[in-house]
Write a protein that binds this ligand. Sequence first.
Ligand SMILES: NC(=O)c1ccc[n+]([C@@H]2O[C@H](COP(=O)([O-])OP(=O)(O)OC[C@H]3O[C@@H](n4cnc5c(N)ncnc54)[C@H](O)[C@@H]3O)[C@@H](O)[C@H]2O)c1
Length: 489
Amino acid sequence: MSKISRRDFLQRSAMAAAAFTIAPNTILGKSHGHVAPTDKLNIAAVGIGGMGHANINAVKKTENIVALCDVDWKYAAGVFNEFPNAKKYWDWRKMYDEMGKDFDAVIVATADHTHCIIAATAMTLGKHVYVQKPLTHSVYESRLLTKLAEKYKVATQMGNQGASNPGVRQTCDWIWAGEIGEVTRVDCGTNRPIWPQGLPTPNGQWVPDTLNWDLFTGPAKLVPYNEVYHPWNWRGWWAYGTGALGDMACHVMHPIFKALQLGYPTKVQGSSTMLLSDCAPTAQSIKLTFPARASKDKKCKIKLPEVEVRWTDGGITPDIPKGFPADKQLDIDGPVIFHGTKDTLICGCYGRDPWLLSGRKPKSPKTQREITVSHEMDWVRACKESPESRVKTASDFSEAGPFNEMVVMGVLAVRLQGLHKELLWDGPNMNFTNISDTDTVEIVTKDKFTVKDGHPTFARDTEKLNAKEFAAEMIKHHYRAGWSLPQMP
Ligand SMILES: NC(=O)c1ccc[n+]([C@@H]2O[C@H](COP(=O)([O-])OP(=O)(O)OC[C@H]3O[C@@H](n4cnc5c(N)ncnc54)[C@H](O)[C@@H]3O)[C@@H](O)[C@H]2O)c1
């Protein structure tokens, strides 16, 4: 950092850190001065044992890694050892409290349910944030991060790295130039989960000495630890993860959201294999309807009529379009098929390798900023630009926040499938308008299928929930005592 900008930053951060010590969840109303492009960023990271390590690796050559936080010191040991000069923490709140004045930016790569609280608090301290996908666990949390980013004017990036790749840009260029006409339906999905889901709730186990389960749980309800939750498999458990959607939809659906300039859906419907209260199902199908939209970008030359986006996962693939060449295959990780009035555009996960069903390869005007560095390094670039002249990253929260709302809306549609109707969504007010006060949903708490002497017995324990309250809790979670989010700006 230059002397002036460093001093400016330190003063503001020191004020913020002091205030944080007294009132951790107070909005501090400061954003710090910018770091000159030639200076190094001081970066802290929370959740370093998995994808966080890859994100750190992407920035470590040119920037300083000054603080590392993880709740599992065995799983994270290798990364801690790789950075002997970085201060090590169990609890990100303590790290922010003690080192708030010593870092400029935070990488967040914990389980989905803690992304928001870690990133939101960082932004109120004036820190730039790189947050893994899915951006958050709930609609409200996405809305909050979107608004905090706007208020604190920090550089933001969701970790859907395909957003910085040429496939998404080519998809936008072709669609915006009108090469496939108007799009009224998109099919997409993933072969995930490739890990087991649809599992019964496990019994508790002793927590290993190297893991702080209470801190892993954070704002969620504290339940007995089991190794099936952590590391990594938390993605299949509703309390911490968002199933196959949370794992893949931010990669797969991003070219759809961007190219078609989607906003809030107005209608949603979901179904799945057996829906359990705690574990995500083995396969799901979701339909999201978006109303006709006015283009926000002059470079887009087409009309944007109402469009239906259909998602399938768990081995259920989209229908293969008529005329599909025998020598091609849909990308199993994340097939996407844009059905246009003039042609069909097909691409893979991360918008990979788009092609047109007609076989044409038209040259269309470039509509998107070219990014030649990694997704993480483009965020580093944005961190060093002043808020007034900053060029947004490819997955800046102004886009990633609304986009992530679409992704977690899929979770809502599946978990409310027991209502057996298309749900009408009021995006601006974040509520469903056709769930009545007395509507209920029945969810399986235990599948008791048994076979005795060759005879199957089918039995299931279920719980009946008030649908409105259940929906409200999923839209905006009640956090556990002691954990709270900054106010919505
Ligand atoms: N962009 C990608 O391609 C990609 C790939 C994999 C994972 N991810 C995302 O990265 C995030 C992490 O996934 P993963 O596969 O690395 O999971 P993981 O369980 O392997 O790693 C998560 C790490 O965070 C730590 N952690 C969890 N809660 C914490 C907390 N409250 N404070 C500090 N540390 C905490 C864990 O101990 C672990 O080291 C998820 O949001 C996931 O969706 C993105």
